[in-house]
Structures are given as structure tokens and as C-alpha cells.
Design a protein around this ligand. Sequence first.
Ligand SMILES: Cc1cc2nc3c(=O)[nH]c(=O)nc-3n(C[C@H](O)[C@H](O)[C@H](O)COP(=O)(O)OP(=O)(O)OC[C@H]3O[C@@H](n4cnc5c(N)ncnc54)[C@H](O)[C@@H]3O)c2cc1C
Length: 616
Amino acid sequence: MTTADSVQSSEKMDAVDVVESARETEWVHPSFVAELFLGRVRSDLIFPFPEQGVEDRDIGDALMAKVAQFLKTHLDPEEVDRTRELPQTVIEGLRTLGCFGMKIAEDYEGLGLTQTNYNRVMALIASHCMSTAVWLSAHQSIGVPQPLKMFGTPEQKRKYLPKLAKGAISAFALTESGVGSDPAKVTTTAVLSEDGSTYLLNGEKLWCTNHAVADFIVVVAQTVPKIVAGREKKQLTAFIVERAWPGVEVAYRCDFMGIRGIQNGILRFTNVRVPKENILWEEGRGLKVALMTLNTGRLTLPASCLGAARRCMEICRRWANERVQWGAPIGQHEAIAVRLARMAANIFAMESMTTLACALVDRGETDIRLEAAMAKMFCSETTWELVNDAMQIKGGRGYETAQSLAGRGESPDPIERIMRDVRINTIFEGSSEIMRLFIAREALDPHLTLGGALFDPHADRQAKWQAARRMLKFYAWWYPRQWMPLTTAMPSLPKPLRTHYRFVQRASRRLARTLVHAMGRYGPALERRQMVLWRLVDIGTALFAMAGTCSRAARMVREQRTDRTPLLLADLFCREQRRMITAAFRHAFSRTDATARAVSRHVLEGRLRWLEDDLV
Ligand SMILES: Cc1cc2nc3c(=O)[nH]c(=O)nc-3n(C[C@H](O)[C@H](O)[C@H](O)COP(=O)(O)OP(=O)(O)OC[C@H]3O[C@@H](n4cnc5c(N)ncnc54)[C@H](O)[C@@H]3O)c2cc1C
């Protein structure tokens, strides 16, 4: 091993160490998805599909009506995109409507909305202007209110929550130039003063949304490392920092391809004095604060995706009827019809998944960290494909800006802007790759907990022996069960959905078996076989989406009776997913991965530079 290799490997160990120690290790409540990976489909957790109570729905409806009316009359999303500014009147209007305190409890003068209503409002706002949705989401899904609600002391809550509810703006600052997906390298430091009363904060945070407008910012910084088992362990700590404090400087505003109305950029901290009482939770818990905040915080993103997807659907339905080519409306040509159908089925699935995850948060009896991660990943990726379909359906007019369309008297449908706006969703608040790593880690957790020492190159012989015994005992009854005929009860479902749900139950067992086979096949190297893990995570995600979609369609059909369209949507969605799942199982351990790795090595080592010939 070269010196560079050994530095890289020790950096990697540090990174894994930091994230592992910030992991939420306990499963206090059951999780539908965690059980799914163990071959158990807990229908009791998702059937009947949770229904929003009438009173709660009325609260949401009333606010949505006001917000919709306000946005229609006061906010031109094209102007926001052009000028890169959210007009002050809009910010004031949203403040008056209580939109800055949607998730803050009424005790602290907020609206105290349920997760379900919060998401409904955010989807509505995103359907009109994604920049505005990101402003509000950075403020209250990941900004100060959410971690304060979860980890704040009563004094901190009393001091900050009422101000935030009334419209003080907040932000969340973790990312740095060298710290993207891997938070272990945080270089911003917070050093405790000699008298122990304040921390001196120094460093620079990148891409902080709301940076220039935020009053209060959650900042994650390094505090003094601890020595654990003879090794130095990095300590990350989260602080509430006020932007008005001396030493806080807005150093740069970034410019992006989409969501151009957000204020986002570099925040610099030079000897900022942060009182000790502004620590969130406690010293060394900063990354856990950030990760746990995002566990529910990232549920807002699927809502934004839904808003954008619904807008695309509306535009494409109109256009596919209106536009006549080759003697027929384009919606009647099968290639376009299929895209429209896929859009509809995918929106139904995204709604089902997100509504279900929100309802589970509101119920508070299940652990939804995996469901939220899957909803974020699935909805952001599906929306990107959906917008691509919308662009194709609108043809040249999809590629033309809304302003240009309006300039020549055509309907200013903003597909071009929506495409730019939604692209970021698979990157921020946990990129798709990091979501898959997270889900895979949690899916493997029960097995690693049992036999961790066998996969740990540093474990001693006794630990390995004990782990082997534990595993033998567990797998002796668990593994054969994954092959036995299904005896699990079937929820009440109409015809086409019964078959799909049976598929979910069977595939869940096959998924559990395949995970164990993957562990046996690769051992500790499984961590590096990302393509294998990715396929298994994608199967799990599709099974969760199918289960949620079947549950919702069944409920809708039972209640509406005459309208059978939900069945059709669920049927189409499940058929598509089953095709994907079957292929993913078949190629779970594909040899193509090795070929791809070989090619990528050639790329990285510069042996394929001839592919880059003839550049200007
Ligand atoms: C518009 C915008 C708003 C943002 N808002 C905020 C904010 O308010 N607060 C904040 O703190 N941050 C914010 N961010 C930062 C955002 O969360 C990061 O961009 C994100 O964490 C990814 O980091 P990165 O871009 O540095 O990518 P990198 O970490 O450099 O990754 C590059 C690529 O490699 C992949 N990758 C990385 N590690 C692995 C791995 N182990 N396995 C497989 N693939 C991997 C990533 O998924 C990605 O595709 C924002 C960013 C943008 C662009």
C-alpha cells in the first residue's frame, strides 16, 4: 500500500467512524420498510390507508385556499427566475399567512400544522414557484425550527420559536467546500473560551440556503476531539448562531441553473462569540442533530416534487389534446399516450408514498426514517424522468422559455424552468447515492448487529466466534422461513391489486434472502459493491411504493365506489415496477459491474483520453 493509499484509507475509516457514531441506532417503533428487508410485510402498519381527519383536512384546505389566492395575485415565478429575487411583498404576505411558522407548535405562536398539512401546503407552493418552496423548506424543514423542536431546551424554544413563527428566517449550515456528502471533514471550528461561557466560531460554510436573509442559523462545527479507546474521535457540535452577531459575514451569493430565486452562498465566521447555551442538544452531537433533523425534514422534498409533477401533468394533458399532428391529437399517438399514462401512474404512486409517510409521522407510532429516505429518493428521481417526459410531449415548446412563448402569443407553460428547478432534488438534502447508502446500511443492520465481528477485520477470534454462534442460532430458523410457502394474511384488496400485493409479499422474502446471499458472497467487501446494494435498495423502494399504492387505491375505490381509475393507476404502476424488480433480481450480481469497474479505472487513469479528442 502506498502512503497516499494509507492516508486515503485512514481518512475513509475516520469518515465512516464519524457517521457511524452519529447513526440513530435504536428502532423504538416498528418500521414497514425495515421489516420488508427482513422478509416480513407488516400490512397492519399501512392498511387501511391512513385517512386525514376531517378537522385536520379543513385546517389544511383553509390555509391552502388563502395561499393559492395570494400566490396567484402576488407572485410571478417567471419574474423570480429572471430577477433572482423573491419580492419583499411576497415574503411579508407569507409571513402574514403564517407560512414561516407552519411546523411550529401553537404554544409558540406557530400554526402547528401536522406533517400532512405542511406537505400539502408545500406541494401547492412548489407547483407555482419552486424557489419560494425552497426558501420555506430551508427555513423550517432543516433550518432552526425543526432541530429546535427535537433537541432544543425549553429556554431555547421560548427564545427562538415565537420569533421564527412570526417570520424570522432561518437556515442550516453544514456543507463546506471540502464537506459535501461526507460530513467528517468539517473544518469550521468552535473553541470554548477559558471561562467556559462562549465558543469562538471560525470557518466558512458553502451553499447555505437563506444565508443572506436568515436571522438564525444552525451551524455545525468541530469542537475539541475526544479520545475513545486510545483513538482521537472527532466531535461535531451544532449551534444556533445569530446572523447579526459580530463576525458573521455573507461572503458570496451563488448562482444556479434553477431555483434561481433562492438566496444561497458562502457564510464566513470570524471569531464569532457563541454563548454556550446556544448548543443544540450537547457537545459532540452535531452530526446526529443534522441527520435526525433530515430524517423527517427531507419529507418536504417529495412534496415539492409532487407540486412540480402535478403542474407538468396539467400542461401535458392540455397540450396532448390540443396539438394535432399527422391528423390526430398527439395524445392519441401511442408513444405519447404511454408517456402520459406513466406520468399519471407515477404521480399517483408518489402521492401514495408521501401521504403514507406523512400520515405515519403524524401517527407517531412508526419509525419512518427509511420511508422518508425512500420517498425523497423515489420522488426526486421519478420527477426528473417525468419532467423529461413532459419536455418531450411539449416538443420545441417545452424547450422554449415561458417568456419567449408569451412573447409570441402562446401559452407560457414553464416546462423549461421546471426542468431547471427540479434537477437539484436528487442532489441536496442527501443525494440519491447517499440515500441508497443510508437505506442499504439500515437494511443490513439486523444482520450486522448479529454478526458484525465476522465482517470486522479488527475483531478478535473470540468476538468472531461469538458472532458466528449468534448468527447460526438466528439463521437456523429465520433463513428456512424465507423459502416456505406464504401463510401471511392478505389485506382486503380488489382483484388486480391482490396479485400485485402477493408479489410484494413474495418479493420481500426473496429480497431478504438475496441480502444475506450478498453478505455471504462478498463479506466485508459488500460495502464496496454499490451496484449490488443499489439494486436491492431499488427493489425495496419499489416494493414500498407498490404496497402504499395498492393500499391507497383500495381505500379510494372502496369509498368512491363508482370511480375505478385509482385501480387502473395502481395496476399500471405495479406492472411497471414488477418488471423492474424481476430484472433487478435476475441481475442482482451482474458481471457487467466488473466490466464497468474496469472501464471506469481506465477512465480515471487517463487511458481513455482519446475519447476526449477534438475538443475546442
Ligand atoms: C442549491 C443548493 C442548496 C443547498 N442548500 C444547502 C443548505 O441549506 N445547507 C447545507 O448545509 N448544504 C446545502 N447544500 C449542499 C448540498 O446538500 C450538497 O450539495 C450535497 O450534500 C452534496 O454534496 P456535494 O455537492 O459536495 O457532492 P459530493 O459529496 O462532492 O459528491 C459528488 C457526487 O458523488 C456522489 N458520492 C459522494 N460520496 C459517495 C459515495 N460514498 N458513494 C457513492 N457516491 C458518492 C454524490 O452523491 C454526488 O453525486 C445545497 C446545495 C445546493 C446546490
